[in-house]
Design a protein around this ligand. Structure first.
Ligand SMILES: [Fe+2]
Length: 287
């Protein structure tokens, strides 16, 4: 058994790591997650790529008024690394190995920036205890890194980590967007008895978990402090602002109504007769 004493040092910083305890009533990224799933076939260039440079300043930084995910989706909080991180983990999305005991667990989700747009190419480096609560400090069992795909999504296949003294059930992960600082944090499981006594536990880092096929499926979306174009994104709840018309120059992300339905523009164009939103799916996507 590992971690009885060393992991206890985690607790020294617990005061700063505790959540405010305020439940998030509106999860904008949950809306975006659904929108991304619905538009899975869309190339990322139509999700936000072309618009990205539109509102960036010359310095490449987002304007000061860039809205953060301020409806409750603040950047994912940091947590301490603990004593068991090892660099140079293998690149793999599955940590399963022959003979590895434990309940199968999948963790899926997205990584977003400050404007709640998905981030591609983000490094996620996971490490965790085995079913008995032990870390592999000599090899790389239950350690692995991967990168978000063009939609900002990741998927990890592993086992449910075991418990060890002093901690509730958790996964460790480091995230790094290209050319950005590393975020080190941990993920937690709901309805764990020890969540209420582990001083490092943070409810903002709770995964959504449910049983599935004898295993467990978990979901969590990260928000990194990465400046982004604050323009409308996929699934953005901004209401439609105008009725579609001929001769109008539309930009990616613009919203219109046509025949009492809302559509969002998929690529810049000037509208022409015959290009009504329902008839040109390459230009307009039902909102
Ligand atoms: Fe740990």
């Amino acid at each position: 058994m590992d971690g009885t004493g060393t992991h206890g040092t985690d607790r020294d910083d617990a005061g700063e790591q505790r959540a405010a305890g305020t439940p998030r009533l509106v999860r904008r990224k949950t809306v975006l997650r659904a929108a991304l799933a619905a538009t899975a076939a869309l190339p990322v260039s139509l999700i936000g790529g072309p618009a990205l440079a539109r509102n960036l300043t010359a310095s490449g930084k987002a304007p000061e008024l860039t809205p953060p995910c301020d409806d409750g989706d603040d950047p994912t909080p940091e947590q301490i690394e603990g004593p068991y991180f090892k660099p140079h983990s293998p690149e793999r999305t599955s940590l399963l190995e022959p003979g590895l005991p434990g309940t199968r667990l999948t963790v899926t989700g997205y990584v977003f920036g400050r404007a709640c747009r998905p981030l591609a190419g983000v490094l996620l480096d996971f490490w965790q205890a085995d079913a008995n609560g032990a870390y592999d400090n000599t090899g790389f069992r239950l350690r692995g890194h991967q990168y978000t795909d063009s939609k900002g999504s990741f998927a990890l296949t592993t086992i449910v980590p075991g418990l060890y003294p002093g901690r509730t059930r958790h996964l460790h992960v480091k995230l790094q967007a290209p050319n950005r600082p590393v975020l080190t944090t941990q993920l937690y499981f709901p309805n764990e008895p020890r969540n209420s006594t582990d001083t490092i536990f943070d409810p903002r880092l709770l995964m959504t978990v449910h049983d599935a096929g004898g295993g467990r499926e978990a979901a969590f979306d990260f928000v990194l402090d990465v400046p982004q174009d604050p323009g409308p994104g996929p699934g953005d709840p901004t209401p439609p602002e105008s009725t579609w018309a001929v001769g109008v120059t539309y930009r990616t992300g613009d919203w219109v109504t046509y025949a009492a339905r809302a559509y969002v523009c998929r690529q810049p164009h000037t509208s022409q007769p015959g290009w009504e939103p329902p008839t040109v799916p390459a230009l307009w996507q039902p909102a």
